[in-house]
Ligand binder design. Structure first.
Ligand SMILES: *Cc1c(COP(=O)(O)O)cnc(C)c1O
Length: 399
């Protein structure tokens, strides 16, 4: 994108490619292959495909390319490669660039599947991974070695909402020439300035705020043109993690409304946090966009707002957390996040069930911890619902 648009304009118009019909809404090119005018043309395209030339949907597709171009423009990245899911993007970016003998430093507070890729998969292929407390720059500095190839972290961790200082970690990593890959789901493309802050590669699960309406899986890897086309594309196109053209269309439609949704969700998340300050039934209310959060200043300078997720730690432990979940009438018990519908999750028994009790304790995933993904419903309704459910949890009443 050469145009000098702000994010909201880019999210609506960026990357649009129109067919000969001049359609207003982006076309879904639900096709696996593309017809060549001649055998010579087929040969030429396999040697080098032009801007508007496609070969096979596993390599690329016009609808998918629109999504890649739009989000690259939005993120301020040179290029992007869309993947079948957030995890196809995370594992694809890492395995595309790493080889046996490489050293990686990663934050230990990770989404369960990211932890599996870093801890189990990479280790099986001879990649050494050192885990650190992502909020502690001294640990990053100690772990990053002259031979470190890559650094990986979630800029805001799930579900404990710790903020990692992108600029500071990038400075340490770049001093040894390591590539910094940031899983930026909780920051969302709306609040992210990760590339400007030094990240080399930014990854999103598009399943979350980009779709934003709980319909389709998707992922995106953003980076320099060189990294995307020379490192990521060859790996992804031959290993099969491509995004479906239909899902790319869902994501394009999602991007159009993303800023409106995510800003409204962040405002409600802040209002909910404010309304729950000092509540009897809660040991902690975690929201990085509220002044009560230990990293409020870092969050504000890095993201502007605190995102769309609030984590609540109920004093009554798992029993109280379950009563709370069961008493909510608006938020649905599920495990997605970033959806228009509020979604509530009990990480210890679901998304982080695979971890040992010690690992959970170390990461602050207490038995009473509840992750609340704030939707676009009316703020007052959400607050009233959470308060009545907390009252029900406190009384030991279940529905
Ligand atoms: C959901 C999520 C993923 C995985 O995304 P999928 O689209 O479900 O594969 C990766 N990282 C983070 C931080 C997530 O929240």
């Amino acid at each position: 994108m050469t145009k000098n648009w702000n994010k909201r304009t880019t999210a609506v118009h960026g990357g649009t490619r129109r067919s000969q019909y001049g359609e207003v809404s982006e076309a879904i090119f639900l096709t696996q292959g593309f017809v060549y005018d001649s055998a010579e043309a087929a040969e030429a395209r396999f040697i080098e495909a032009g801007e508007d030339e496609f070969i096979y949907a596993r390599y690329g597709n016009p609808t998918v390319r629109m999504f890649e171009d739009r989000i690259a423009a939005l993120e301020g990245a040179e290029d992007a490669f869309a993947a079948a899911s957030g995890m196809a993007a995370v594992s694809g970016a890492l395995t595309a660039m790493l080889k046996a003998g490489d050293h990686v430093v990663s934050a230990k507070a990770l989404f369960g599947s990211c932890l599996y890729v870093l801890e189990d998969v990479l280790a099986r292929f001879g990649v050494e991974v050192t885990f650190v407390d992502g909020t502690d720059l001294v640990q990053w500095q100690a772990a990053i070695r002259p031979d470190t190839r890559a650094v990986f972290f979630e800029s805001v961790s799930n579900p404990t909402l710790e903020v990692i200082d992108i600029s500071a970690v990038c400075t340490l990593a770049h001093a040894v020439g390591a590539t910094v890959l940031v899983d930026n789901v909780f920051a969302t493309p709306v609040f992210s300035r990760a590339i400007e802050q030094g990240a080399d590669v930014v990854i999103y699960s598009a399943t979350k705020h980009i779709d934003g309406q709980g319909r389709a899986l998707g992922g995106i890897i953003l980076g320099t043109r060189d990294f995307i086309r020379k490192t990521v594309e060859p790996y992804m196109k031959h290993t099969g993690g491509a995004m479906s053209p239909f899902n790319a269309w869902v994501m394009l439609k999602g991007l159009e409304t993303m800023s409106l949704r995510v800003n409204a969700q962040a405002e409600s998340a802040l209002a909910l946090t404010e309304a729950l300050q000092g509540h009897d039934g809660l040991a902690r209310v975690l929201y990085p966009g509220h002044s009560s959060h230990g990293q409020f200043d870092l969050c504000t300078s890095q993201m502007g707002k605190g995102g769309t997720v609030v984590s609540l730690d109920l004093k009554g432990g798992q029993a109280a957390a379950f009563r709370f979940l069961n008493a909510l009438t608006i938020a649905k018990i599920s495990n997605n996040l970033g959806d228009a519908k509020s979604i509530v999750t009990h990480p210890a028994t679901t998304t982080h069930q695979r971890l040992s009790e010690e690992q959970r304790a170390e990461l602050g995933i207490a038995p009473g911890l509840v992750r609340f993904s704030v939707g676009i419903e009316d703020t007052d309704d959400l607050i009233a619902d959470v308060k009545q459910a907390l009252a029900a949890a406190g009384e030991g009443v279940s529905r």
